[in-house]
Design a protein around this ligand. Structure first.
Ligand SMILES: Cc1cc2nc3c(=O)[nH]c(=O)nc-3n(C[C@H](O)[C@H](O)[C@H](O)COP(=O)(O)OP(=O)(O)OC[C@H]3O[C@@H](n4cnc5c(N)ncnc54)[C@H](O)[C@@H]3O)c2cc1C
Length: 224
C-alpha cells in the first residue's frame, strides 16, 4: 500500500520510526521534539489521527480543541487466506447489518495471487470488542464470515492463515479536508479529514500543501 509514497519520497530526507513527543510554538514557528532530536520549522503539518494530534498540540493553541472535538471510530480488520478458491459472484461487498461491514477478495486486485479475503468489522462491533485479543477477534469474525458463506451456498473453507489489525482511529467525522491555522504555521491533515481511506489522505495532503504554499506566497508578496 505504501509503495507509491516510498517512490515519491525517495529523494527526500525522511526519518522513519521516530515518535514525536512534543511540539512547541516559538517566535520563528515550531520546535519539534522526538526525545533527543529537536527540529525547528517555520511551518508544521501534523498528518496523524485527530486524537493523536490533540495530544501533541499545546493546550493554549486554538487547534487543540478543534482536534480534540473530532471523534474517531475504530475498525477491527482481519485478513484470511484459504487453501481453495471461494467462488462468490462479487469481489467486494458492503454489509448493512451484523459484525462485518465490508468484505473484499484481496486477491482480485491486479497482480495478486492466492486466496486472501479482507474483513472489516462494523464500528459498533469494533467498539464492543476493541480490547479483545487478536485471536478472539479472528475466531469471532471467521465464525461470522463462515455463516455468510453458508448463506451464499459455499462450503466452509479451510482457513490456512489469519491476521488481525486493531485499527483504533479508522474513521473521522470531519468533512473539511484540512484544518489550518495559517497565522501560527500549523496544518492538520489525514484521511480522517476527508472521508477516510487512501483517497481522503491524498486529498487532505494536497489541501495541506496548498495551505502552506498560500501562506508562503503571502509572506513573499508582503516582503516585495
Ligand atoms: C488494516 C488496514 C487496511 C486498510 N485497507 C485499506 C484499503 O484497502 N483501501 C484504502 O483506501 N485504505 C485502506 N486503509 C486505510 C489507509 O491505510 C489510510 O486511509 C491511510 O493510510 C491514511 O493515511 P494518513 O496519512 O492519513 O495516516 P497514516 O497512514 O495513519 O499515517 C500516520 C502516520 O503517523 C505516525 N504517527 C502517529 N503519531 C506519531 C508521532 N507522535 N510521531 C511520529 N509519527 C507518528 C503513524 O505511525 C503513521 O505512520 C487500511 C488501513 C488499515 C489499518
Amino acid at each position: 500500500m505504501n509503495a507509491p509514497l516510498a517512490a515519491m519520497a525517495a529523494a527526500l530526507d525522511v526519518q522513519l520510526s521516530v515518535p514525536v513527543t512534543a511540539i512547541e510554538a516559538t517566535a520563528q514557528g515550531w520546535q519539534v521534539r522526538a526525545g533527543e532530536p529537536i527540529w525547528q520549522a517555520r511551518q508544521l503539518v501534523l498528518a496523524i489521527p485527530a486524537p493523536q494530534a490533540a495530544a501533541l498540540i499545546p493546550v493554549a493553541h486554538p487547534m487543540q480543541a478543534a482536534a480534540e472535538n473530532i471523534p474517531m471510530s475504530p475498525c477491527w480488520a482481519v485478513m484470511l487466506s484459504s487453501e481453495h478458491a471461494i467462488n462468490l459472484p462479487f469481489a467486494g461487498a458492503f454489509m448493512n447489518d451484523g459484525a462485518i461491514s465490508w468484505l473484499a477478495h484481496n486477491s482480485s486486485k491486479p497482480d495478486r495471487t492466492g486466496q486472501h479475503w479482507l474483513l472489516h468489522a462494523s464500528v459498533a462491533w469494533s467498539q464492543a470488542h476493541l480490547e479483545d485479543s487478536a485471536d478472539e477477534v479472528i475466531a469471532l469474525l471467521i465464525q461470522e464470515f463462515n455463516r455468510l458463506l453458508a448463506r451464499w451456498g459455499q462450503a466452509e473453507p479451510h482457513w490456512q492463515h489469519a491476521g488481525a489489525h486493531r485499527w483504533r482511529f479508522a474513521q473521522g467525522s470531519s468533512t473539511q479536508a484540512v484544518v489550518q491555522s495559517a497565522e501560527t504555521g500549523l496544518v492538520l491533515a489525514g484521511d480522517w479529514l476527508a472521508g477516510g481511506r487512501i483517497e481522503g489522505a491524498y486529498l487532505s495532503g494536497i489541501d495541506a500543501a496548498n495551505a502552506l504554499l498560500a501562506v508562503t506566497a503571502g509572506q513573499q508578496s508582503n516582503q516585495s
